[in-house]
Design a protein around this ligand. Structure first.
Ligand SMILES: Cc1cc2nc3c(=O)[nH]c(=O)nc-3n(C[C@H](O)[C@H](O)[C@H](O)COP(=O)(O)OP(=O)(O)OC[C@H]3O[C@@H](n4cnc5c(N)ncnc54)[C@H](O)[C@@H]3O)c2cc1C
Length: 293
C-alpha cells in the first residue's frame, strides 16, 4: 500500500527541524532511517502530514566518547556501532546488540536514536538503554532536557517526547574496568524482531561481589521492561548459580507477554528468564567469573 499524502521537508540543521516541529505540531514526524516509520505509513498506521527529514544534518552523525559516556547522535546508523573499535572494546553489551538488531541491510539505514524514539516493545535498543542506564537528550523550542531511558520509554510506541521536541542523542555511561554486560535475543531467524530478549550490565566490587546491576527484558510487555527485583537480588550478592536462577525467576515474573506468531505467552515468559540467565552468565564470564553456566 502507498502512504497517505504528506509534505516533505529536508532540514539542514537541528534549529530548522525543531522550528518545523513547532510550526506543524502533532501533524509532523521526524524521519531518521525510515525503517520503522515508512512501513508504518505504508500500512496507514501512521499518517503524518509532514515528514521532517534529519538525514542531511551532518552535526547529528557522531559516535564518540565524551565526559565518561558514549554519545550516539540521532543521525548515527546502527551499522556504525558494529564496526566501531570504541564500542567493541569498551561497551560489550552494546556491541552484542549492534550485530543482533534487524539485519545488515536495515542496519545501514536504521538509527539507534530512531529505534529508541519508536519505543517498539520488541525493539532491541530500548532494552539496552534500560540495562545500560542510558540517557536521552531531547530538544524543543525551550531548549534541551535530558531524560533517563526509564522516563523516556513511556509505553508501546509512546515516549516522553513532546510534539515539538526531537531527540538529539543517546548517552551510555562508560562501563568501568569492573563492569561488563551482555545482550541475549531469541529470534525465529536472522533479522527478525525478538521473540524475547534480555540485556544485563554488572559491576563487581573489589571482593568480587556484585556492586551494581542493570537488568532489562524486551518483547514481553507493552514496552522494554526493567526487572528491578532481579537488580535488587543481584546487588550485594556474590555471583552464584543460585542468584542467577533467582534473577531469572524475577524476569519470568515481570514478563507480561501476549501470544502471537512468535510464540505463546507461557513460552515467552519462560524465555525471558532463560535469556536473563544467559546474559548474566556471559557478563560474568567477561568479568573473569566462570563456572556459572
Ligand atoms: C525488516 C526489518 C527488521 C527489523 N528488525 C528489528 C529488530 O530485530 N530489532 C529492532 O530493534 N528493530 C528492528 N527493526 C526496526 C529498525 O531497527 C528501525 O530502524 C528502528 O526501529 C527505527 O530507526 P529509524 O532510524 O529507521 O527510525 P524511523 O523509522 O525514521 O523513525 C521511527 C520513529 O521514531 C521517530 N524518530 C526517529 N528519530 C527521531 C528523533 N531523532 N527525534 C524524534 N523522533 C524520532 C520517527 O518520527 C518515527 O516515529 C527492523 C526493521 C525492519 C524494516
Amino acid at each position: 500500500m502507498f502512504p497517505a499524502r504528506f509534505d516533505y521537508l529536508r532540514a539542514s540543521s537541528t534549529d530548522e527541524a525543531v522550528a518545523a516541529l513547532a510550526q506543524h505540531g502533532g501533524e509532523a514526524r521526524i524521519l531518521a532511517g525510515g525503517q520503522s516509520l515508512i512501513p508504518a505509513m505504508r500500512f496507514r498506521l501512521a499518517r503524518p502530514s509532514v515528514l521532517i527529514d534529519i538525514n542531511a544534518i551532518d552535526d547529528l552523525r557522531y559516535l564518540r566518547e565524551t565526559g565518561g559516556s558514549l554519545l550516539i547522535g540521532a543521525g548515527t546508523r546502527d551499522a556504525a556501532l558494529e564496526t566501531s573499535e570504541l564500542v567493541t572494546s569498551g561497551y560489550r553489551m552494546i556491541a552484542d546488540v549492534s550485530v543482533l538488531v534487524a539485519d545488515p541491510v536495515v542496519r545501514q539505514s536504521g538509527t539507534v536514536v530512531g529505534s529508541i524514539c519508536h519505543s517498539d516493545p520488541a525493539g532491541d535498543w530500548g532494552v539496552a538503554a534500560l540495562a545500560g542506564r542510558a540517557q536521552i537528550v531531547v530538544r524543543g523550542p525551550a531548549g534541551t532536557r535530558t531524560l533517563s531511558a526509564d522516563d523516556f520509554l513511556v509505553d508501546s510506541f509512546t515516549t516522553a517526547l513532546a510534539e515539538n521536541e526531537m531527540a538529539l542523542e543517546v548517552q551510555f555511561p562508560r562501563p568501568s574496568e569492573h563492569t561488563s554486560g551482555a545482550f541475549a535475543k531469541l529470534e525465529r531467524k536472522v533479522g527478525d524482531f525478538a521473540t524475547a530478549s534480555a540485556a544485563v550490565q554488572l559491576t563487581l566490587d573489589t571482593s568480587g561481589a556484585i556492586a551494581e546491576a542493570g537488568v532489562a527484558i524486551g518483547a514481553v510487555g507493552a514496552k522494554a521492561l526493567r526487572v528491578s527485583e532481579a537488580e535488587q537480588l543481584l546487588r550485594g550478592a556474590k555471583p552464584s548459580k543460585d542468584v542467577i536462577r533467582a534473577a531469572a525467576d524475577a524476569a519470568r515474573k515481570e514478563a507480561d507477554p501476549g501470544s502471537d506468531t512468535r510464540g505463546s505467552a507461557e513460552f515467552k515468559k519462560e524465555m525471558a528468564g532463560v535469556l536473563v540467565a544467559r546474559a548474566l552468565v556471559s557478563a560474568l564470564e567477561r568479568l573473569g567469573v566462570g563456572g556459572m553456566a
